[in-house]
Write a protein that binds this ligand. Structure first.
Ligand code: LLP
Length: 427
């Protein structure tokens, strides 16, 4: 068993997997399965790594709440000095519920509603990241109605070539729905400068997630810097931030992690030349490796020459393998020496419901516990109730302490907002 492959906060002790000072088996027995388990030391470590790498540049780290919005994770990041990036009124509500002040929030997203924008403006979010000329006009009008000055950033689509692990998570290429196309950005910036109720404080981009080639940041920054120079030459002096978005690569198998030194080397000269404060919006980088999904093998069976492990976690709990053909390392919680090849599938009534296909792992039987790694980002937050399955519990570990940080849903929760006896509203 390759100890070196394990995320540092997860290790084997006498053959059994532990998260920090707590055996995963104990967590599974106490809290049931499936369950997400988060290591706080991993989150602290990743935040320290990123902050350390950026130390020489004036910067703010705005965690992308979409990666994992659990309140305990948000509160932990807040305590470390991290800020947040949200993309819906719901995420803004989460951030406030976790104790973030409005001046630590950036509100982005391609389709914010007027109600969401008004909520953000009333609460004084630090930067509203604008993704279209239409949105800019609506923000100006809403801000006027509320008697406030909106602090806006422009999210630019720099239209560069983006290398990532999946097409669905590329966002900075020509024709993508995100951001203001780079050739329209100066026009929108000029308009922002003339509107009475907005102040243009940021220029930024987010070109994609799980970026396998850092060069795309450099390519995008060339375009942003040209824009910043052009905007300033119009007499705009309100710019404060250069936002490079998220996207840092995280290893799910044995790939190399993102080269932070090179990342900073690409960004630093632009920050220095523009004399802006850097904003980064990492999601996956801060939380992916901190989380695992613990699931129990319900049945082992043979079909068509394959050996199937049917687990109690399905695509409703972790959709990434099915949706992005994403690889997640899987290991038995109780290490055993012999190995076999399995399709690890869930209980959902779809053939696309799998955690891994043709995967070699420990030769486990029904009843065994499996640990699905690198599930801290885009795991629980993308889960659903499909097949009327209550969502799993989320647990946090800190040293040898652990806590339930979101309760397992119950069947009662599944029907709480519904009625079998409609109250007809008309006639
Ligand atoms: N900023 C913006 C504007 C974003 O849209 C995103 C992610 C981030 C920051 C954070 O990116 P990260 O550092 O996590 O790469 N569900 C997909 C990932 C979707 C990412 C969406 N945007 C997955 O499971 O791979």
């Amino acid at each position: 068993m390759g100890q070196g492959l394990l995320a540092p906060s997860f290790q084997r002790i006498d053959g059994a997997l532990w998260c920090e000072g707590v055996p995963l088996q104990q967590l599974a027995e106490s809290a049931g399965t499936p369950a997400y388990v988060y290591s706080s030391s991993s989150i602290r470590g990743q935040f320290a790594r990123l902050s350390g790498a950026l130390a020489a540049i004036p910067h703010r780290v705005h965690y992308a709440v979409k990666a994992n919005g659990n309140l305990a994770i948000l509160a932990l990041l807040r305590s470390l000095g991290c800020d947040v990036d949200v993309v819906s009124g719901g995420e803004l509500h989460r951030a406030f519920a976790a104790g973030f002040q409005a001046d630590r929030t950036i509100f982005g997203g391609v389709g914010k509603t007027s109600a969401e924008l008004a909520y953000a403006l009333r609460n004084g979010v630090h930067v509203l990241s604008v993704e279209s000329a239409d949105e800019l006009d609506i923000i100006d009008r809403l801000a006027g109605d509320l008697g406030v000055r909106a602090r806006v950033g422009l999210r630019v689509n720099p239209e560069v070539t983006v290398e990532s692990t999946h097409d669905y998570i590329k966002t900075g290429q020509k024709g993508d729905k995100f951001g203001i196309p780079v050739d329209q950005a100066l026009t929108v910036a000029t308009r922002a400068a003339t509107l009475p109720n907005v102040a243009l404080v940021a220029i930024g981009m987010h070109i994609g997630s799980q970026l396998t080639d850092l060069a795309a940041y450099g390519d995008g920054l060339v375009r942003l810097e040209e824009l910043i120079v052009a905007v300033r030459s119009l007499g705009v002096s309100s710019l404060e931030y250069l936002d490079v978005g998220g996207g840092l690569f995280v290893p799910y198998a044995d790939e190399d992690p993102a080269d932070l030194e090179r990342y900073v080397a690409l960004i630093r000269p632009v920050v220095e030349r523009t004399r802006l404060t850097l904003v980064v919006e990492p999601g996956r980088f801060l939380v992916a490796e901190a989380g695992v999904l613990v699931t129990r093998v319900l049945y082992r069976k043979r079909s068509g020459g394959r050996t199937l492990l049917v687990t109690d976690a399905g695509m409703n709990d972790l959709i990434r393998p099915s949706h992005y053909q994403a690889y997640h390392r899987i290991e038995a919680v109780d290490g055993i020496a012999t190995r076999a090849t399995f399709d690890v599938v869930g209980p959902i009534c779809e053939s696309g419901d799998f955690l891994a296909i043709g995967r070699e792992l420990e030769d486990v039987s029904s009843g065994a516990l499996l640990c699905v790694f690198t599930a801290g980002a885009y795991g629980y937050c993308m889960s659903s109730n499909y097949n009327a399955r209550p969502r799993p519990a989320e647990l946090m570990v800190d040293g040898d302490r652990w806590a339930v940080v979101s309760m397992r849903e119950t069947c009662e929760d599944l029907v709480r907002l519904e009625t079998a006896t409609p109250t007809w509203r008309n006639g």
